[in-house]
Design a protein around this ligand. Sequence first.
Ligand code: AQP
Length: 356
Amino acid sequence: MTRRRNPGELSMAAIKERVFSGVQPTGNLHLGNYLGAIKRFVDLQTKYDCIYCVVDLHAITVWQEPDELTKNIREVTAAFIACGIDPKRHIVFNQSQVAEHAELAWIFSCVARMGWLNRMTQFKEKAGKDRENASVGLYAYPALMAADILVYRATHVPVGDDQKQHLELARDIAQKFNNDFAAQIAKLGLGQVFFPLTEPLISGPATRVMSLRDGTKKMSKSDASDYSRINLTDGADEIAQKVRKARTDPEPLPSDEEALARRPEADNLVGIFAALADRPKTAVLAEYGGAQFARFKDALTELAVEKLGPIGAEMKRLVQDPKHIDSILVDGASRARKLAAETMKHVKDIVGFVRD
Ligand code: AQP
């Protein structure tokens, strides 16, 4: 991936490269969450210091049954570990255990402009027609997301394509904060910019995995149809059935990407195959171009079962021991808190608050 140049990059030399990302504990973790996010979290561990968060404060922007929420927090943690995130070398924790996220989110709510938030498409989609009844938290969600990232002054954020707009907002907030308080930041000797302009890491063949029932809709946890997604805990039979029933068109698979781009359902299945196999889409088309979907779906099922089977089994094993999972989260939170507290100390000085 070509690296976009970060404005103010030179003066950010003092900011350590660090990865942050999160997943909401809202149930039904699926292949989109895996390929768009968690699989990439795993790969980044060798190159960066990483902080991976179960973003439970985001989850409650829509109603969550308390017992379900607790279960889902543990399940996302189990998914992180089962997919290969190392909680000893990196940090894994749940957001509500580090109060600095909410604290910085308030300050960012005062930096962000109403006009910026009014443009967020995710709020419009999730609030739907009943906007008056949406929670204030759902509207302010992007300010909290900016705080999640910037409380660690993270420089890189791996996410799916649907989060691009929120990341752009995080950059806008960082930039406005740096500008508004430029004199104070310089006076305190904190360099020319305090917050980095975080780079989104959105790349690969599956940055937006689509529903198996409708190639124009994102695969989503909240889709009423379980056949629209492959859950990380699905067994071999469920995976086979869902792939077999996945919507396709009557033509055989094309041989080039240009023709594929005009066929959303075919494009989606080829993208999933490519991401699971760690191969580019062109290589998949070179092998399966001209094949009927039945043959391709058999190969996809085999690959998905091979890759997801061990993850699902390990998740099921890990959630049997909630104490162990909770201890990972408590340990991660205590390490995250130290980093976040350091940032907040500076932020309070920059803003002009009196502190101990
Ligand atoms: N379909 C997807 N394709 C690629 N990446 C995806 N992500 C989500 N869906 C896809 C990425 O997964 C990470 C965690 O997502 P999240 O749990 O924070 O929230 P979400 O995007 O709201 O997930 P859902 O499944 O779409 O939930 P609902 O149904 O509530 O809307 C993020 O990096 C996201 O980009």
